[in-house]
Ligand binder design. Structure first.
Ligand code: MF3
Ligand code: CO
Ligand code: CO
Length: 255
């Protein structure tokens, strides 16, 4: 696979896909309450994407994934499959949305607290979100992918948490996962040099305990080996002439 540079028209299509993705996350937030099942969240998002947005939920049947969104609760790192488990007060849950509109993908995820958060839950969610934004601040023409990874790793480890290595951000466009791979650790000044028209995700996964993960027998669900809490935040970004544009900003982040 190779790296694609998006034309101005393709950049506009990515803006639309990114906005729709953010709107799904804005929409689902109020439903994340004690007692709701992740299957119910999946159904609400599916119907909104298909019936309201006239778009396609990219995860559904992607390499056999059985649902339209990923829901990753507590020690689940990523790619959690929605099911009949009811959310409980104190849970932290990542909802990961990927929407296809007019052939282009938008990909974003956020963390939500079910009821009131625990101290540890609030801390890992905050550190992960700050790490994503430190990575975004590094994204601009002439910078390198290693600058992004380094900024994230440096901050997370200084807070006493760890960065998952097995999964990474990715180029995105007509293809859900395309080159380049965007690692959330690394050395400054190394890796691909960024240029205008590149679109990719940054999506750090941060564990309270050790960085190691395990894949469950369902072939999708990734959990922390030590069962410690894990958080993830994801945005899709476009490299512009003088920096980057975050294509998946939520209503709250736009203000
Ligand atoms: N949205 C995830 C990502 O950020 C990928 C999910 S793949 C799925 O790259 F099949 F699990 F949906
Ligand atoms: Co992604
Ligand atoms: Co995603």
């Amino acid at each position: 696979m190779s790296i694609t540079i998006k034309s101005p028209a393709e950049q506009d299509a990515m803006r639309v896909a990114g906005r729709l993705t953010a709107e799904v996350l804005d929409m689902i937030g109020p439903y994340i309450q004690p007692g709701v099942t992740t299957d119910e969240l999946d159904r609400i998002c599916h119907d909104y994407i298909v019936d309201v947005q006239h778009a396609i939920p990219a995860p559904l049947n992607y390499r056999g994934f059985p649902r339209s969104i990923c829901t990753s609760v507590n020690h689940v790192v990523c790619h959690g499959i929605p099911g009949d488990r009811k959310l409980r007060p104190g849970d932290i849950v990542n909802v990961d949305i990927t929407v296809i509109k007019d052939g282009f993908h938008g990909d974003s995820s956020r963390m939500f607290f079910v009821g009131k958060g625990t101290i540890q839950g609030e801390r890992v969610v905050r550190v992960c979100r700050e790490a994503l934004w430190l990575g975004i601040e590094q994204a601009g023409p002439g910078k390198r992918l290693g600058d992004i990874g380094h900024a994230i790793q440096q901050y997370v480890e200084a807070q006493g948490f760890s960065v998952v290595r097995e999964y990474c951000g990715h180029g995105i466009g007509r293809v859900f996962h395309e080159d380049p791979q965007v690692l959330h650790y690394g050395e400054p000044g190394t890796g691909l040099e960024l240029r205008e028209g590149l679109t990719f995700t940054i999506e750090p996964m941060v564990n309270v305990g050790k960085r190691h993960v395990r894949l469950l027998p369902d072939g999708w669900t990734v959990v922390t080996r030590d069962h410690s809490l894990s958080a993830q935040w994801e945005h899709t970004v476009l490299i512009t002439k003088d920096g980057c544009e975050v294509l998946t900003l939520g209503a709250e982040e736009r203000r």
